[in-house]
Design a protein around this ligand. Structure first.
Ligand SMILES: [Zn+2]
Ligand SMILES: [Zn+2]
Length: 116
């Protein structure tokens, strides 16, 4: 059996006798190529805003080459935001936090609410 996408010889799986492609990747590529044929106005290759790799976006507003890049980028942004917020919070409540920390060390419980 020859792969309809890359032309490589492959053994079709027994449970899928109509298999036309050697791998999921080839299947995906073929699917994408067909889509492109049907829709010649599909988006041009873009550069991933996270890793800089060129990719063919499935949607015009797609900014990342993969879910991984999207997740990592989001994670990083979130992480920075959280850190910034934590820093701001700490700067604002520095004294109170220190006092609470002392109480926490002594009692083993984090005091709730504002200290008076
Ligand atoms: Zn193939
Ligand atoms: Zn990427």
């Amino acid at each position: 059996m020859k792969c309809a996408q890359c032309g490589k010889e492959f053994e079709p799986a027994k449970r899928r006798p109509n298999q036309k492609y050697c791998s999921e990747q080839c299947r995906g590529k073929a699917h994408w190529a067909r889509k492109k044929l049907l829709n010649p106005h599909s988006p041009k290759p873009k550069k991933c805003v996270y890793c800089g790799k060129e990719f063919e976006p499935y949607r015009s507003y797609q900014k990342y080459c993969s879910h991984k890049c999207k997740d990592e980028s989001n994670y990083r942004l979130n992480h920075e935001k959280i850190l910034e917020r934590a820093k701001a919070y700490y700067a604002e409540h520095c004294e109170e936090l220190r006092a609470k920390q002392k109480i926490y060390y002594i009692t083993g419980k984090w005091p709730k609410g504002k200290l008076t």
